[in-house]
Design a protein around this ligand. Structure first.
Ligand code: FAD
Length: 480
């Protein structure tokens, strides 16, 4: 015997929290919805773990960052779920799913059945052992994906004040952790194989700005090499890391940020997978009609680029969750998910935002010494991506809007000179549904009807709200 629910959310992270809120808004009845999560706490804003959670003074702690405070919405505490009749099954791993029979089996041996399943299993951090390096179990080797990891990191950090930390990986997690460790007065060396940090997004020029900034805060960079092994003391703690280039770095603390892998294994052989995730359509529905997938685990069609993408960012988790719930609860009213990829980071006093796609040719703009600068990406003659550091509300809104419109660009040098004015000009033009004026400006840049006029309309509404939120998110005293 087991329990039965109309709706089951598998996973209790960011997407689950936003989905729960949307379910209540769409009229779910008490007793109909259940969330099953391996984590022992109700859904929370995961980005807080590498930011406010690691602050040396007044660090963020639950319940302050339960979802959905990151989007300035209600804070869903355990009491909230109770009041809404939503069953929270916490600290419980689902070990198998039978999609055909619509049943889940938990590690505690309970069978839970559903009519509709929403997969929100996110991703897990890649372990060093997957790269052939042993040592993940050492007490001073830390990962950062969930609250337990963050608590572990804080404990180790507090025990090695003024000590040496080696951060493995120059991506999101590595960069944010390195900054937080430096703020905690720990000597940080960042090690990664690429030629510059954030290699998947930053151009060399953008990266050099952040690397210099980090260096001014005492962070050292060791590039073009990887960790090969650890030196342990007699208690099994790591004392030093050995690198492929033959060098050795002393280490009281190691943080590993080498990427993530979507949690799809429960569904292999049952649902169609793509791009490492679970393939969904524009309603976030998988290859099985009764199963939806959202957040980091979902590979969905990004209309703007005409292809399927899997994104690993919080805004996408929030919005895909809301969209899936709307599609489940109001199938006739809900359209296709129309999403402009958006992500951001905040480190030290810096704050950047990125919209769209970083393919094609990058055109830098702004004064890199002033702290406000950016880049556009131009592919097949159109603006497809925009990055901005240190922008104002109006500027972030402008780059979001411009990116969603995909305006054609002919003269890259001129675009660089116009810089933010290009996006500001486009964003101030009367919008849209109507074709954007086809004109060759004196600058040589061409503005014309977007490729998809209908898309522009939807995109504007979407980007205005994204940018509004993004601004609020960036300008408040940000802790998550
Ligand atoms: P998750 O939030 O990871 O939730 C997945 C949940 O599923 C977890 O609770 C997990 O325990 C549970 N689960 C998985 N398998 C099972 C199972 N078999 N049984 C039961 N439960 C299961 N993005 C940004 O855009 N900007 C940022 O600044 C940023 N900072 C970040 C900082 C950190 C430290 C991390 C880790 C991520 C950050 N991200 C950021 C990424 C963002 O947090 C993720 O994109 C987002 O959390 C994805 O939400 P999700 O619900 O899909 O997955």
């Amino acid at each position: 015997m087991g329990r039965a629910f109309v709706y089951v959310i598998l996973g209790g992270g960011v997407a689950a929290g936003y989905a729960a809120l949307e379910f209540t808004r769409k009229g779910v009845s008490p007793g109909e919805l259940c969330i099953i999560s391996e984590e022992p706490v109700a859904p929370y804003e995961r980005p807080a773990l590498s930011k406010g959670f690691l602050l040396p003074e007044s660090p963020a702690r639950l319940p302050s960052f339960h979802t959905c405070v990151g989007a300035n919405e209600e804070r869903l505490t355990p009491k909230w779920y109770k009041e809404h009749g939503i069953e929270l099954v916490l600290g419980t791993r689902v070990k198998s799913v039978d999609v055909r029979r619509k049943k889940l089996l938990t590690a505690t041996g309970e069978t839970i059945s559903y009519k509709i399943l929403l997969i929100a299993t996110g991703a897990r951090a890649l372990k060093l052992e997957e790269f052939g390096v042993d040592g993940s179990e050492a007490e001073n080797v830390c990962y950062l994906r969930d609250l337990a990891d963050a608590n572990g990191l804080v404990n180790v950090m507090q025990s090695c004040s003024s000590g040496n930390a080696v951060v493995i990986g120059g991506g999101y997690i590595g960069m944010e952790c390195a900054a937080s460790l430096a703020i905690n007065k720990i000597n940080v060396t960042l090690v990664f194989p690429e030629v510059h940090c954030m290699a998947r997004l930053f151009t060399p020029k953008i990266a050099s700005y952040y690397e210099e900034y980090y260096q001014s805060k005492g962070v050292k960079f060791v590039k073009g090499t990887v960790l090969t092994s650890f030196e342990f003391d007699s208690s099994g703690k790591v004392m030093a890391v050995n690198l492929r280039d033959g060098s050795q770095l002393p280490a009281d603390l190691v943080v590993v940020g080498t990427g993530i892998r979507p949690n799809t294994s429960l569904f292999e052989g049952q649902l169609t997978l793509e791009k490492g995730g679970i393939k969904v359509n524009g309603k976030m529905q998988t290859s099985n009609d009764s199963v939806y997938a959202v957040g980091d685990v979902a590979a969905f069609p990004v209309k703007l680029f005409g292809e399927t993408r899997r994104l690993e960012h919080v805004d996408s988790a929030r919005k895909s969750a809301k969209h899936a719930v709307a599609a489940i609860m109001e199938p006739k009213k809900s359209g296709e998910f129309d999403y402009l990829p958006f992500f951001y980071s905040r480190v030290f006093g810096l704050s950047w935002q990125f919209y769209g796609d970083n393919v094609g040719e990058a055109v830098h703009f702004g004064d890199y010494s002033s702290g406000t600068f950016g880049a556009y990406w131009i592919s097949k003659g159109h603006l497809v991506g925009s990055f901005l550091e240190g922008g104002t509300k109006e500027e972030y809104e402008a780059i979001a809007k411009a990116t969603s419109l995909k305006p054609p660009v002919e003269d890259l040098a001129e675009l660089g000179q116009q810089g933010l004015n290009f996006a500001l000009t486009i964003s101030k033009k009367p919008q849209p549904a109507l074709p954007i004026e086809v004109s060759r400006s004196t600058s040589g840049l061409v503005l014309e009807k977007p490729v998809y006029a209908w898309h522009a309309a939807a995109g504007l509404v979407l980007t205005a709200s994204i940018a509004g939120f993004a601004y609020w998110y960036g300008r408040r005293r940000r802790r998550w």
